[in-house]
Design a protein around this ligand. Sequence first.
Ligand code: GLN
Length: 304
Amino acid sequence: MNYKEVIEEVYKKVNTIEEKGELATYIPELARVDPNKFGVHISTISDVNFGLGDFDEKFSIQSISKVFSLCLAYKIMGENIWSRLGVEPSGTGFNSLIQLENDKGIPRNPFVNAGAIVISDILLSQLENPKEDLLSFIRGLSNNQEINYSATISNSEKSVGYRNIAMCNFIKSFGNIENEPDKVLDFYFDLCSLESSCEHLSELFLFLANNGKTRLDGKQILTKSQSKRINALMQTCGFYDESGEFAFKVGLAGKSGVGGGIIAILPNHYAISVWSPKLNEKGNSYKGMKFLEEFTTVSQQSIF
Ligand code: GLN
């Protein structure tokens, strides 16, 4: 498969479509991003690395980082983690509170905000220096040290984080948050503030295409079974109430963020990342979704 040619063809095509999305203006700093950015990068387990457009520029990865925090919590806790949250698609938006009351504070899955807040609570309880330990876990996934938190982004989100604050307190009222909500939210907002480029993201996520093992130094980050399960969760819950659509049109395991980034995995083949900041009404990158749909169509490869 000549991924370089496919990416060039699809990038050119998708770049010309009319873009209907909107920036994530509910986070003030994200409203300031250049809406015309468009980058893509692939890393394959046979060591093809190729990027196009703004692939080496850092952006706010937002909810893509929920996969990293989940992987670390899963590595530490094993299957015990599933007593605190579910593995079921929510069918709701990422920041919805609606199911929490009926579900008694047990979030449907780790990728809606409620689930990522519970994972943040688990990491706070388990780690000595949660912020530093998470960052070194992520950096250990590939040989680049580039990924980092952005104080500007996390402060910006904190200043308007009323819904997440409500959510964390609500879950705490059911006893499913152990730590003080302020501390949990601080960690959650920092998690969402991580910045990386398409190039580094696809390198960092390659272990999920490689049965849980880093390609460069063969470190087993997750067991084969855990890695398969993370991919299953990305497949079924990675795009909130657009996850079915992503499976239908793209057919990869993936995760989006409101910064306009998407990471997608074809197990045993590659990790691919796309960044285009304008979002569709479900909060997923408008052009990113189109790019990946076209990419799996032209390459004729997908999970299914
Ligand atoms: N930080 C964002 C929030 O909590 C993350 C949402 C997302 O990327 N879908 O609202």
